[in-house]
Write a protein that binds this ligand. Structure first.
Ligand code: ADP
Ligand code: MG
Length: 696
């Protein structure tokens, strides 16, 4: 194929199975499908993670210690196991016309199958003295004929399900001609730019062409995301819902009955919610508030307002513990005003009867978990849905709930989250979502002191402090990553950002045992997700009621649990969690008026990560979210927020210029109206993004 620009777009069918490509048989297709590469489109868009530069290869007789690139054939490749550690070693010889050198790879047995004896390869790695012999250690490699001669560039792919860069190269080579047939996708972009960009991303000929290709592909991605968000908004505006009227007197009485004054932030958010709900189209609002900022109170106000206007309310929480706690808090607040509240979780007895009461409208506010979503839970007039920690719910679950509204009306939707969405994400993914922010903590809160502590110091430093606190009548959370000990220790952290291996992890059960030995007089219990719901509830109730001094738990307590009397949280193996999760966990303390402490335990043989140091410095969730974004990079943000499967391939969310351009273009595109439908592939792609970015 010519190196230049393509003349014509064509007829490759991007939605076809990847199997239709030459060189990809049913077996490979099966493997590819497992890693999410199902269609021809997925295949082209599996972009390189990075590029290796194999320029300036030296002949082997000239090789000097340090970074080197050599070209040669592989001989005598064999593997063995290292005696001491659990290590497999592949070694062999690289040979060219001038000489040969030893090459060694660790734990890369696939290298045995990678090389064809008579073909020439390029190797890039460090040439060094090891155990008295010179060797090239773990070099990267590429088939010589795959590497662009002029630039020396060769793409590197993320290894997937046993498939390595070399495999992807092979597939791409056999599909090389097909690139010329990739049709155009976007408006406002010159013909051919898409296929040229995809081709150059996989077959680069200069750093310049890579840059151009990536810029187009980032634009494409941002344009699709932003368009999806804008279309969601338009679609939401077409829906109808029952207006909920603002009853000033009732709200005043309710607020007057509270034991505290609302914060200004709570007032502002409530006001924004009331204004949305007065409209005949559904509210779609996200309430963002740092841990402890009092989101539940805002939810209660919204629920009361809906009740006063004759509507039913459903509040969905991610765990039974949290649902129970919301139920207790909210029913206490609202029952004085004639609101009938019910709890519906997996453990609820007499479900049929309860569901009857929900259907008849006898129950006004239902609080529950996924159990609320079953088809037989029907409402008489569901006017408002509140979702706590909304990122825990899948899109389908949210849609299911929306369907429960009667007569083709959509309920108003309020989502609440304590994981702030970084501003840059808000501009793109959630660009057109209404957001209220609780950026103020209730008065009288004491700041939480956070300290990184090597585990070896706990007996001297931590135990005495814990004892003091418990003697003062306060309570302690102790968070562990695993439930049981042993090689099969089940890790419960959903984000294992760290590297701690199962052997280093102290489990809930063994920590409980040890603490009981050290503090024989204290009441110590444990809690984890594998316990029966009733057991979990019982333990949480005891802890809330002050009947447990130290609660050793997995991250099941992470979300939302509110026990103001708990003032110490110890997080074991802190390096094993993501920043957002640690901030959430820390938010379990500092909820009352006493001073609180958070201890981040580390194994102590390495410097603490930036993540932990930032956490020690700041307790501002919005600041930490931005830091997290920077530390993780765009591809992982969505995972961090647990919003869904969106994985930004290439776009950088910090590229404000490109975002601005994509936003402007999306607006122009939307003004095309029905003409948009001509962009068939684009519209199909958008609908996927729409599902991911919608909140109702
Ligand atoms: P979160 O935003 O983390 O969900 P909660 O709604 O659980 O926070 O509130 C945390 C604690 O603060 C609760 O004990 C709640 O009763 C209390 N609280 C809420 N609003 C106020 C307020 N305006 N003044 C004082 N305490 C408040
Ligand atoms: Mg909460």
């Amino acid at each position: 194929m010519a190196q230049g620009t393509f003349q014509k777009g064509g007829d490759v069918i991007l939605t076809d199975s990847v199997e239709t490509l030459k060189g990809i048989g049913p077996k490979t297709a099966e493997i590819l499908k497992k890693v999410g590469i199902k269609t021809v489109r997925d295949f082209f868009y599996n972009l390189p993670r990075d590029y290796e530069n194999f320029q300036a290869a030296t002949s082997i007789s000239e090789v000097k210690p340090g970074k080197v690139v050599v070209k040669g054939k592989i001989e005598n490749l064999a593997s063995r196991r290292a005696r001491r550690r659990n290590l497999s070693i592949v070694e062999g010889t690289i040979k060219d016309d001038t000489g040969s050198i030893r090459v060694v790879w660790f734990n890369q047995t696939y290298r045995l199958r990678q090389f064809t004896p008579d073909k020439e390869y390029l190797f890039s790695g460090t040439f060094e003295l090891k155990n008295g012999r010179f060797q090239l250690t773990s070099p990267s490699s590429a088939l010589y004929s795959d590497v662009d001669l002029k630039s020396g560039l060769s793409p590197i792919y993320v290894a997937h399900g046993g498939l390595k860069t070399a495999d992807f190269r092979r597939f791409l080579n056999s599909a090389r001609d097909k690139f010329a047939e990739i049709p155009d996708l976007l408006p406002f972009v010159d013909p051919g730019v898409r296929r040229e960009s995809l081709f150059r991303a996989h077959f680069p000929d200069s750093n310049e062409s890579i840059k151009k290709a990536r810029e187009y592909l980032a634009y494409e991605e941002l344009f699709e995301l932003i368009l999806a968000a804008k279309m969601n908004r338009l679609e939401n505006e077409k829906l109808k819902s029952t207006p909920i009227h603002f009853d000033v007197q009732k709200i005043r009485d309710f607020v007057g009955s509270l034991p505290f004054k609302l914060t200004n932030a709570q007032r502002r958010a409530t006001w924004e919610i009331f204004q949305d709900m007065e409209k005949g189209q559904p509210m779609n609002r996200l309430l963002q508030g740092d841990v402890g900022s009092g989101k539940t109170m805002v939810a209660a106000l919204a629920a009361y307002e809906a009740f006063a206007s004759g509507e039913q309310v459903a509040l969905l929480a991610p765990t039974a513990i949290l649902a129970t706690q919301h139920f207790e808090g909210i029913s206490k607040l609202l029952s004085k005003f004639g609101v009938k509240t019910a709890l519906l979780t997996g453990a609820t007895k007499k479900k049929t009867e309860l569901k009857k009461q929900i259907r008849s409208g006898e129950i006004n506010v239902v609080i529950g978990t996924h159990a609320l979503l079953t088809d037989d839970t029907e409402f008489l007039n569901l006017g408002l849905v509140i979702i706590d920690e909304q990122h825990r719910f899948g899109v389908e679950q949210r849609q299911k709930l929306a369907l429960k509204s009667p007569k083709g009306l959509a309920p108003h939707l309020l989502s609440m989250t304590a994981t702030p969405i970084p501003r840059s994400l808000q501009l793109t993914v959630f660009g057109d979502l209404d957001v209220s922010i609780l950026d103020e903590l209730p008065k009288g809160r004491q700041p939480i002191t956070t300290k990184i502590m090597p585990e070896v110091e706990i007996s001297d430093e931590l135990y005495p402090r814990i004892l003091d606190r418990v003697k003062a009548g306060e309570q302690v959370y102790w968070i562990c990553k695993a439930i049981d000990d042993g090689a099969n220790a089940r890790s419960t952290g959903s984000l294992s950002a760290g590297t701690s291996s199962a052997a280093d992890i102290t489990s809930v059960k063994s920590r409980t045992k040890r603490l009981k030995e050290i503090f024989p007089k204290l009441k110590i219990e444990f809690l984890h997700g594998k316990m029966k719901p009733a057991e979990k509830d019982e333990i949480m109730e005891k802890f809330s009621g002050g009947k447990i001094d130290i609660l050793v738990s997995t991250t099941v307590v992470e979300v939302g649990v509110d026990v103001p009397n708990a003032t110490v949280i110890v997080i074991e193996n802190a390096e094993g969690y993501g920043l957002a999760q640690l901030h959430q966990l820390r938010g379990r303390v500092g909820r009352g008026t006493a001073k609180s402490d958070c201890f981040l335990l580390t194994s102590g043989d390495t410097t603490p990560s930036r993540r932990l140091r930032e956490l020690e410095k700041s307790s501002d969730g919005f600041y930490l979210a931005e830091v997290d974004l920077k530390l993780r990079g765009p591809g992982e943000i969505y995972g961090a927020l647990q919003h869904g499967a969106l994985d930004l391939r290439i776009a950088s969310l910090s590229d404000t210029k490109l975002i601005a351009r994509a936003r402007k273009d999306a607006d122009i595109f939307l003004s095309l109206g029905d003409k948009m439908l001509q962009y068939e592939e684009l519209m199909m792609g958008i609908s996927k993004y729409q599902q991911l970015t919608t909140l109702n």
